[in-house]
Design a protein around this ligand. Structure first.
Ligand code: FAD
Length: 616
């Protein structure tokens, strides 16, 4: 009997302790109430169990009273929460940040954002991040698709789950009312609405770009693109289809040659890398599997400019052309594609105006980037309808609307020209209003000028000038004591020639994401303590320093274990050692250890066993 009592008493004390924890644990009193109700069910069970033990029943009574008290306390708390808290005691609502896109710009923004200060909602039709620089390797099976993607949910988990993710596409941005319309594309069998609205305080647009067909007829219907994982997988299947079709019985040699003619339109980095990957795939793997047609395979690159890789250093572009010539890859420069059909690609030779047609088995269209419909629509709303690409200022704020930021491929930074502000700069620097600037007065503003107008530094570098003061020297190269406004204008009038738009690369997108999260994290501090340059056209200082891109170099893999690289400081590196540099950089740049291991494993697997040619 004594033993039963002790056990029951232990149970009661545990029960009371649990109730105490419950009240501490749940923030909302209503949650306590519902949890207590569940516990009360246990309580009535205990009541039945101790029936017949009077002293235990007394204890139960005491417990019931205390439990009831707790419920009453919880209820009263819930009421007071609703009615009697002073307005100044309510915690201010966190600002809502909606991020569109989970590509390079979006994920880099989320990676460092202080999520405790914002309510973050991410919307993207893909629930993963794709490491796009390795997409060409996926087209030929050098690397598997799953090795270069990282689920967004993992990123969310890493950030302590304080980011909400919705797999949906943003269809419309209502910048006036600060809300967006989204739609998810789930299987129609699933119940529930696919469309929803989200309201924001700050909107970060990082939706990237889409392919640009330049309205060329037949491109959408008959060409492949290489922007998404699915595109790379489709290309891999089509390449194998072309080979399988070419070895079917009853084909003429002409038909086989047509099926095995792979045409790449666009001689930029993506087109060149794909051509190189395909060449390796064919010559290292497929020729042994399809020996009867190995001499019929042809790869052609069509480029409208005079050289392939024309955004790279000249040495790289001519190295690539020579390498392709040795490998038997045809490079047709100075040709514009006018239309594409299922069998032919029609070109105009720019220099002669002659029209010609080439039969093809597969065409990859890789010619620059275009604006997505949702961004085009926003541009119409905010008076940027006549532009090709959405413009932001140097702080990545979309021009013409409040609290909207755009980064990555979907936007361009419209760098302010120094000549537009020259009078204001002169006025701000001329402290004594004498109408001339002394060297000391100029020195006083020079740092702010360099931060606000990065083209000044680029100009100095281009002209091999070490000191900005050199700009103020007279035509014979002598130092001047002071300059008037006309001399000041003359000194700086060439500087704006260095304003260039940033390339549409992952490097730019990632740097912009990191920059913007820094601004968001320091928003409150910088309001009172601005860290940006002085406002020449207004008073005070800008809250933040403007975005500044740091070019870390770029690679062009050319196949056959050779690559070219443009490194910072105008260094160019070519050949096999550069390919090993490429391997190490791309392995280290992977977003997680999981993808790093998978990618290195895929490369090793390819070295040992070759690429897999199964069409799955
Ligand atoms: C084959 C290939 C190779 C490349 N190689 C290199 C390289 O070697 N080095 C380099 O620096 N750059 C490279 N790039 C360029 C680089 O991939 C892009 O510059 C970069 O992806 C741009 O980043 P982003 O975040 O702006 O766009 P993306 O990375 O394209 O991300 C856009 C995101 O927005 C989402 N989205 C699209 N529409 C909507 C919508 N309506 N609503 C919500 N979300 C939306 C997409 O699903 C995606 O998650 C390569 C690109 C390609 C295609």
């Amino acid at each position: 009997m004594m033993g039963v009592k002790v056990t029951l008493l232990k149970l009661y004390s545990y029960f009371l302790y649990t109730l105490h924890r419950l009240v501490q644990h749940f923030h909302r009193p209503s949650e306590v109430v519902s949890a207590l109700k569940k516990k009360m069910r246990v309580f009535s069970y205990l009541n039945r169990a101790i029936n017949g033990y009077p002293s235990c029943s007394k204890l139960l009574l005491v417990f019931s009273v205390s439990c009831g008290g707790l419920v009453a306390y919880a209820d009263s708390q819930s009421d007071s929460g609703r009615h009697s808290v002073e307005p100044n005691q309510i915690e201010p609502r966190k600002k809502r940040v909606v991020v569109l896109g989970t590509g390079w710009a979006g994920t880099s923004f989320l990676k460092d954002l202080d999520v405790s200060s914002y309510d973050v909602q991410v919307v993207s039709p893909r629930n993963y991040f794709a490491f796009t620089p390795l997409l060409p390797s996926v087209t030929c099976g050098t690397v598997e698709a799953r090795s270069i993607v990282e689920p967004v949910r993992k990123l969310v988990k890493k950030r302590g789950g304080d980011i909400h993710f919705s797999e949906a596409e943003c269809l419309e941005i209502d910048a006036g009312n600060k809300k967006i319309l989204c739609r998810s594309n789930f299987n129609e069998n699933l119940v529930g609405n696919n469309e929803f609205f989200l309201e924001y305080d700050y909107l970060v647009i990082a939706v990237g770009s889409q392919v640009n067909t330049f309205n060329t007829p037949g491109v959408l219907e008959y060409c492949h693109f290489l922007k998404e994982i699915e595109d790379a997988q489709r290309i891999r299947e089509t390449v194998i289809d072309c080979f399988e079709k070419a070895v079917l019985p009853g084909q003429s040699d002409e038909e086989r040659m047509t099926n095995l003619h792979f045409v790449i339109v666009g001689g930029g980095p993506t087109g060149v890398e794909f051509a190189a990957e395909l060449h390796d795939f064919v010559h290292e793997d497929l020729v042994y599997l399809y020996p009867t047609v190995k001499d019929l395979v042809k790869i052609s690159v069509i480029q409208s400019g005079d050289h392939i890789l024309n955004t790279f250093d000249e040495r790289i572009s001519s190295f690539a052309e020579q390498k392709f010539q040795r490998d038997g890859i045809d490079v047709l420069t100075g040709c514009r594609v006018v239309s594409v059909s299922d069998k032919l690609i029609n070109l105009k030779v720019k220099s002669t105006g002659v029209d010609t047609s080439i039969p093809h088995g597969m065409v990859l269209w890789s010619t620059g980037v275009g604006t997505r419909p949702v961004v085009k629509d926003l541009m119409q709303q905010i008076g940027q309808g006549n532009r090709r690409i959405l413009a932001t200022d140097e702080w990545l704020r979309v021009k013409g609307c409040e609290d909207v930021y755009a980064l990555g491929d979907c936007a361009t930074v419209a760098q302010r020209k120094i000549m537009e502000d020259i009078l204001s700069i002169f006025k701000a620097a001329d402290k004594d209003n004498s109408g001339t600037l002394t060297i000391e007065e100029f020195k006083d503003v020079v740092e702010d000028i360099i931060i606000r107008y990065p083209q000044v530094e680029l100009y100095l570098k281009r002209k091999h000038l070490f000191d900005v003061m050199d700009l103020l020297k007279d035509s014979s190269g002598n130092d001047r004591k002071e300059v008037d406004i006309e001399e000041f204008k003359l000194a700086l009038c060439q500087v704006d020639s260095q304003v260039k738009s940033l390339p549409a690369t992952a490097q730019v997108a990632a740097q912009q994401g990191a920059y913007l999260s820094g601004c968001f994290n320091h928003r409150e501090r910088c309001k009172t303590n601005p860290e940006g340059p002085r406002r020449f056209r207004g008073s005070g200082r800008h809250e933040f320093r403007p975005f500044r891109y740091r070019h870390l170099g770029q690679f062009a893999p050319l196949g056959g274990e050779q690559a070219a690289a443009e490194l910072p400081g105008d260094w160019v590196s070519l050949g096999r050692s550069t390919q090993w540099l490429w391997y190490s950089v791309y392995a280290s740049k992977q977003v997680s250890w999981r993808t790093r291991v998978l990618v290195v494993f895929d490369w090793t697997k390819r070295f040992i066993f070759g690429r897999d040619s199964s069409r799955i």
